[in-house]
Design a protein around this ligand. Structure first.
Ligand code: HEM
Length: 426
């Protein structure tokens, strides 16, 4: 399975040049003809291919979007902007993930998939991909068989058809897109995501085993700090991110933790069994914090690392706050999740890609009436004075609207006079 996934690794390049030069055609994939996915215009070239590229410049196989970008920049012949993922395909993939969630209730495992790809990051290592993080390495069998990743092959199986349908989206982006979409679709906050993560290309680029946290270490709070500080995250992030356990279940046959089934999990939805942290384990809310605090329900799971959030004085401040205030939890969770999803990632373009239409929509210009006027000259000063005098004669001013009862008063006076005249006349 993993082999198949690894070999279907694909590359999507979007690059723009002031003019299409002779070297553009040399960059087509080996044995490739222009497919419907490849659009050529005088200003841009968009290539999608599922083969590695042979660079005419280096005569080496190029499999990473950034490599191509760097090679092309190095020539100095054209300006190249290269994107790891195609924004249109990212949006399509997001819609398909929503459908997948509706039919399989796989929200929790997709969140775990994204977290385990990103959570291997080591801030003390500068080089990519040696530093680990959100780089799609979790698709390789070498990493999937790490003890901490038990069961995640199922997440990959669910998501692979979407990857096949959208080859212009990297695995690294797809994992993070799936996780953020799952949180949002489960009722959680909107995560301020960006995309454009470059994929690692081979299992030799996977991180070593042992980067993710253990659930039952000798000193849980210290262990959490060791692991999350290594990622560059802080106490607030640790507590907020642990709140993702509001979703999902632990299965003894995977992680060794949890009961085989409980009253909350015996009927699914999805594959039945396991022990959840919360009663409604497909709903993202702050019940994880409330339930750990109460520790009342034997059917709900509390790992030693979960309990540490209320035992450690610094963690406790946040855990108590989130148990009380769901809005505060959502805000901190969204920030921490976005941070987590970017860890170690190499973005191409470096600033990332937004697929958030609202975020990208230009702010409407304030309406300036003068902009739409015919450009006629302003009124002369004499005319302005005349108008002012006329307004003032009836108790108004050009700058102030007339008081609403002014005309009413005139009408009353006229009516009064008319009645008086008719009385006198008769
Ligand atoms: C703080 C340290 C953490 C530890 C020790 C830990 C440990 C675990 C364990 C043991 C499981 C059960 C896996 C299984 O048996 O299938 C699990 C599941 C899960 N974890 Fe964590 N985790 C941690 C942090 C996180 C973070 C940061 C996230 C996300 C941001 C997360 C999201 C999840 C989810 C959603 C599940 C449920 C998966 C499912 O139902 O298939 N965890 N975690």
């Amino acid at each position: 399975m993993a082999e198949r996934i690894a070999s279907s690794n694909s590359v999507n390049y979007t690059y723009r040049a002031p003019a299409v030069t002779r070297s553009t055609s040399l960059l087509l994939p080996r044995s490739s003809s222009l497919s419907p996915k490849c659009h050529l215009s005088s200003r841009s070239v968009h290539l999608s291919a599922s083969r590695s590229f042979v660079s005419p410049l280096s005569n080496r196989s190029l499999t990473g979007a950034c490599k191509l970008s760097q090679q092309r920049r190095a020539t100095g012949s054209t300006t190249v902007i290269c994107a790891a993922s195609d924004p249109v395909q990212l949006k399509g993939a997001k819609e398909d993930i929503k459908e997948l969630l509706k039919s399989t209730y796989c929200h929790p495992i997709l969140v775990r998939l994204g977290w385990h790809d990103a959570g291997t990051y080591d801030k003390n290592i500068e080089e990519w991909p040696q530093r680990g993080g959100a780089n799609g390495s979790l698709r390789f069998e070498a990493e999937l068989k790490h003890g901490a990743n038990a069961g995640l092959i199922n997440a990959l199986k669910l998501i692979q058809p979407i990857k096949d349908k959208y080859p212009g989206v990297t695995y690294a982006d797809l994992f993070q897109l799936a996780s953020a979409t799952a949180i949002e679709e489960a009722g959680g906050p909107k995560i301020p995501m960006k995309y454009g993560r470059v994929d690692v290309t081979g299992p030799e680029q996977c991180p070593p085993e042992g980067k993710l946290p253990d659930a039952g270490p000798p000193s849980p709070a210290q262990h959490l700090r060791d692991v999350f500080y290594r990622m560059g995250l802080d106490d607030k992030d640790i507590v907020a991110l642990s709140g993702a356990h509001t979703l999902g279940r632990s299965r003894p046959e995977r992680s060794g933790w949890g009961k085989p089934e409980t009253k909350y999990t015996k009927d699914g939805p999805g594959a039945p069994g396991g022990q959840s942290w919360t009663a409604q384990w497909l709903k993202f809310d702050n019940s994880y914090f409330r339930d750990i605090k109460e520790k009342r329900d034997e059917d709900l799971l509390v790992l030693p690392t979960d309990a540490a959030l209320f035992d450690d004085p610094s963690f406790k401040v946040y855990a108590e706050k989130y148990a009380e205030n769901q809005e505060a939890f959502f805000k901190d969770y969204a920030e921490a999740h976005a941070k987590l999803s970017n860890l170690g990632a190499l973005f191409d373009p470096p600033e990332g890609i937004s697929i958030d239409d609202e975020a990208k929509a230009p702010t409407p210009e304030p309406f300036v009436a003068a902009k739409y006027s015919s450009g006629e000259k302003d009124l002369s000063n004499t005319m302005k004075q005349k108008l002012r005098a006329e307004y003032e004669a009836i108790g108004g001013s050009p700058n102030k609207p007339l008081k609403s009862n002014y005309f009413l008063n005139i009408i009353i006076v006229i009516a009064g006079l008319a009645i008086l005249t008719s009385l006198l006349g008769s």
